[in-house]
Design a protein around this ligand. Structure first.
Ligand code: OXD
Ligand code: MN
Length: 593
């Protein structure tokens, strides 16, 4: 397969530890993947779905204790604890290697170890980085084959001496008490044991493309961000690209694949999707930032995805897709989840594998759901009707705007623009959002999630912010930075803004601001639209309501500023760039005036 001694040694060492009966190299050939699919169906690891209605699609159920990322068992293992920072869990690398070896020793006996050579990014592009993941799970192999570019060409790209990111995954007993997701940024190594949930075991995704890559980006002068990338075609035919960071399960996939409202379509606006979760961003020779999606598929949240909320994502899941923890309609062997449609199947198996009675379903009570709230689809990007022609571009796409956003019931307006790059970094640093089911723990709790990278920045958050400030100095024509909030609620707790396709109205204002086509009101927090500049054609929201979600309430922001001061001082504590302290001081002063 390869003469690269480093690859061979990594595979040998992994096998010597886990003692598999056999080692299988994944070539990327369809015949090999097909044989693995057939085997997984035989063992029950996968359930084959209706081949006429959902060709090439499968259902997988994880153990009930293994349904989401586990942030409190995810470690950054660098020599100096301070370098991991105060909001990452840290473990001494020696201790981490020892502990994981003890857990994984001999755990592939009687099993096969699959060696997956994969590329994050288009092989041969300046963005591309190669990883090798060894795993004992066919589910992991098949998901990686959708989410990344897998196969022999990655070994060819490495050549005899190339370096790669090492990933070791052993399912062991899926014991939650012995579950560890460990990152060794100083060794470009990832170790994951006792889980089989995507975000913990598809090591190319969060582990490599964010936690390890954020370290590489810092060293090498680029950025790895938790961002979607979308292209907007304007009525003039011109294309603009935007990257947007939202916390997990806050609608990145929906925004990335948005279908504009009718009046916008008629004017000639359209959206194409370059990526829905991760952006690798580099400085272009033209002084702009250029972004590429390192992934090759979508690992999207199923519940809530439907023909109205995201027809493009739904279409992407109609072939060659692996569903995880959704419900099975046994009448026709298709899948169902809450929010797919209003017709729960009569004969249904829930995500835990038990018969499910739709008459007992109460949409306010998650324990009655047929699909797990964090159930997922793993779909090839090529299936998406609005995938960008630039999806496979080796240069990436030039960014006009960067958008931050979170789930905030109050305070944060529908949209505002930062005054400049450094202020934009401040805006990203103060992001907070209500937690979702994408990670274990309570849902709906407001927490700080700077740049949507709280669970993913693989080093000290203060250093990460400094890296953002430094990147701003390298670009003569940086993207403009905005913040959006689709989630403002009224007194009854209902969302005020319709979201989904109507978010195009906000995107248009953002693009118009980038093009200098529209004025704005300067407020205490940045530039906010004049209500008349948001194109509301065809939308039944009165002016006063729109104004209410654009309003910047200085008293609330004064409190927010105090809270941010507490977060900086007590949570991040050190290494915070002076530029951010200055921006905080300005915010406080603006709120007093
Ligand atoms: C994801 C996540 O799966 O952020 O993308 O949890
Ligand atoms: Mn994500």
């Amino acid at each position: 397969m390869t003469n690269n001694q480093k690859v061979l040694k990594f595979v040998e060492d992994s096998a010597a530890l886990a003692l598999p009966d056999e080692i299988v190299w994944i070539t990327g050939e369809e015949s090999q993947l097909d044989a693995l699919r057939a085997e997984a169906v035989k063992t029950g690891e996968l359930i084959k779905l209706n081949d006429e209605l959902l060709p090439g699609c499968y259902l997988h159920r994880t153990k009930v204790n293994d349904v989401a990322r586990v942030e409190d068992r995810t470690f950054i293992c660098c020599k100096n604890k301070e370098d991991a920072g105060p909001i990452n869990y840290w473990m001494d690398p020696r201790q981490a290697y020892e502990l994981s070896r003890e857990i994984a020793r001999g755990r592939m006996k009687g099993k096969r170890m699959y060696v997956i050579p994969y590329s994050m990014g288009v092989v041969g592009s300046p963005f591309s980085k190669i990883g090798i993941e060894v795993t004992d799970s066919i589910y992991v192999v098949l998901n990686m084959a959708i989410m990344t570019r897998v196969g022999t060409m990655c070994l060819d790209a490495l050549g005899e001496d190339g370096d790669f990111i090492k990933g070791f995954h052993a399912s062991c007993d899926i014991d939650a008490e012995k579950r560890y997701i460990m990152h060794f940024p100083e060794d470009n190594t990832i170790i994951s044991v006792n889980s089989a949930y995507g975000g913990n075991v598809l090591l190319g995704k969060k582990c490599f493309a964010l936690r390890i890559a954020s370290n590489l980006g810092r060293k090498e002068g680029w950025m790895a961000e938790h961002m979607l990338i979308l292209g907007v075609t304007l009525p003039s035919g011109e294309k603009k690209y935007v990257a947007a960071a939202f916390p997990s399960a806050c609608g990145k996939t929906n925004l990335a694949m948005l279908i504009p409202p009718k009046s916008f379509l008629e004017k000639g606006y359209s959206i194409e999707c370059v990526g829905d979760d991760i952006a690798w961003i580099r400085v272009g020779e033209d002084g702009r930032l250029w972004a590429a999606n390192p992934e090759n598929g979508f690992f999207g949240v199923a519940p809530g995805t439907n023909v109205k909320s995201n027809p493009n994502a739904l279409a992407a899941t109609q072939k060659g897709t692996i569903f995880t923890n959704v419900a099975l309609n046994t009448d026709n062997m298709t899948v169902w989840w809450e929010g797919l449609d209003k017709n729960p199947p009569e004969h249904c198996i829930d995500w835990t594998g038990k018969p499910w009675d739709y008459k007992k379903y109460d949409k306010r009570d998650k324990s009655t759901c047929a699909a797990h709230p964090n159930s997922r689809f793993t779909a090839p990007a090529k299936n998406c009707p609005c995938v960008s022609p630039e999806f496979d571009s080796k240069t990436g796409v030039p960014l006009s705007a960067i958008i931050f956003g979170g789930r905030r019931a109050t305070t944060t307006p529908l949209v505002y623009q930062s005054r400049d790059w450094n202020h934009g970094v401040f805006v990203g640093s103060i992001m907070s959002s209500e937690t979702t089911a994408a990670a274990t723990g309570a849902v709906g709790v407001l927490r700080h999630d700077p740049m949507a990278m709280k669970p993913f920045a693989g080093y000290h958050m203060g250093d990460y912010w400094q890296h953002w400030i430094d990147m701003g100095k390298k670009v003569s024509n940086p993207p403009k930075i905005f913040n959006v909030n689709w989630f403002r609620t009224d007194a009854e707790g209902n969302f005020i803004w319709p979201g989904f396709g109507d978010n195009m109205r906000v995107l248009k204002w953002i693009i118009d601001r980038c093009d200098g086509k529209v004025d704005a009101e300067e407020t205490a927090i940045g530039y906010v639209p004049h209500a008349e500049d948001i194109d509301m054609e065809g939308l039944d929201i009165d002016r006063a309501t729109l104004e209410s979600i654009l309003y910047v309430d200085k008293a609330r922001w004064a409190k927010e500023a105090e809270e941010i001061q507490g977060y900086y001082t007590n949570s991040i504590r050190s290494r915070i760039p002076q530029e951010l302290w200055d921006a905080l001081a300005t915010l406080k002063k603006n709120c007093e005036e």
